[in-house]
Design a protein. Sequence first.
Length: 84
Amino acid sequence: MAKANSAFMKPLAVSAELAEVVGKGPLPRSEVVKKLWVYIKKNKLQDEKNKRNINADANLKAVFGGKAVVNMFEMTKLVSKHLS
Protein backbone atom coordinates (compact mmCIF):
# COMPACT_ATOMS: atom_id res chain seq x y z
CA MET A 1 0.00 0.00 0.00
CA ALA A 2 1.37 3.42 -0.97
CA LYS A 3 2.20 5.91 1.73
CA ALA A 4 -0.02 9.02 1.79
CA ASN A 5 1.62 12.16 0.43
CA SER A 6 2.37 14.05 3.65
CA ALA A 7 2.73 17.40 1.83
CA PHE A 8 -0.76 16.99 0.39
CA MET A 9 -2.23 16.16 3.81
CA LYS A 10 -0.40 18.95 5.69
CA PRO A 11 -2.86 21.38 7.32
CA LEU A 12 -2.56 24.85 5.81
CA ALA A 13 -3.71 28.25 7.02
CA VAL A 14 -6.89 29.44 5.29
CA SER A 15 -7.39 33.09 4.24
CA ALA A 16 -10.33 35.05 5.66
CA GLU A 17 -12.07 35.01 2.26
CA LEU A 18 -11.77 31.24 1.91
CA ALA A 19 -12.77 30.71 5.57
CA GLU A 20 -16.18 32.25 4.72
CA VAL A 21 -16.76 29.24 2.44
CA VAL A 22 -14.92 26.29 4.03
CA GLY A 23 -14.61 27.34 7.67
CA LYS A 24 -11.62 28.21 9.82
CA GLY A 25 -8.32 26.45 9.18
CA PRO A 26 -5.84 25.02 9.31
CA LEU A 27 -7.09 22.41 6.85
CA PRO A 28 -5.38 20.00 4.44
CA ARG A 29 -5.75 20.96 0.77
CA SER A 30 -7.87 17.84 0.13
CA GLU A 31 -10.34 18.85 2.85
CA VAL A 32 -10.56 22.41 1.47
CA VAL A 33 -11.52 21.05 -1.96
CA LYS A 34 -14.12 18.70 -0.45
CA LYS A 35 -15.70 21.53 1.54
CA LEU A 36 -15.69 23.80 -1.52
CA TRP A 37 -17.66 21.20 -3.49
CA VAL A 38 -20.12 20.77 -0.61
CA TYR A 39 -20.66 24.57 -0.63
CA ILE A 40 -21.00 24.69 -4.44
CA LYS A 41 -23.55 21.86 -4.55
CA LYS A 42 -25.51 23.13 -1.52
CA ASN A 43 -25.87 26.58 -3.10
CA LYS A 44 -26.46 25.18 -6.63
CA LEU A 45 -23.52 27.11 -8.09
CA GLN A 46 -22.49 24.48 -10.64
CA ASP A 47 -23.54 25.56 -14.16
CA GLU A 48 -26.51 23.50 -15.39
CA LYS A 49 -25.35 23.29 -19.03
CA ASN A 50 -21.58 23.05 -18.55
CA LYS A 51 -20.98 21.15 -15.30
CA ARG A 52 -17.27 22.13 -15.39
CA ASN A 53 -18.13 25.76 -14.66
CA ILE A 54 -18.82 27.26 -11.25
CA ASN A 55 -21.03 30.36 -11.05
CA ALA A 56 -19.57 32.32 -8.14
CA ASP A 57 -21.72 33.93 -5.46
CA ALA A 58 -20.38 36.87 -3.41
CA ASN A 59 -18.29 34.62 -1.13
CA LEU A 60 -16.72 32.69 -4.00
CA LYS A 61 -16.05 35.86 -6.03
CA ALA A 62 -13.75 36.99 -3.21
CA VAL A 63 -11.89 33.67 -3.44
CA PHE A 64 -11.85 33.66 -7.27
CA GLY A 65 -10.33 37.13 -7.58
CA GLY A 66 -13.59 38.77 -8.64
CA LYS A 67 -14.39 36.31 -11.45
CA ALA A 68 -18.08 35.46 -11.87
CA VAL A 69 -17.53 32.14 -13.68
CA VAL A 70 -14.58 29.79 -13.16
CA ASN A 71 -14.01 26.28 -14.51
CA MET A 72 -13.25 23.52 -11.99
CA PHE A 73 -9.60 23.25 -13.07
CA GLU A 74 -8.99 26.99 -12.69
CA MET A 75 -10.76 26.89 -9.32
CA THR A 76 -8.01 24.75 -7.77
CA LYS A 77 -5.33 27.20 -8.89
CA LEU A 78 -7.26 30.22 -7.55
CA VAL A 79 -7.98 28.51 -4.22
CA SER A 80 -4.29 27.66 -3.69
CA LYS A 81 -3.57 31.41 -3.46
CA HIS A 82 -5.69 31.44 -0.28
CA LEU A 83 -3.71 28.65 1.43
CA SER A 84 -0.39 29.11 3.18
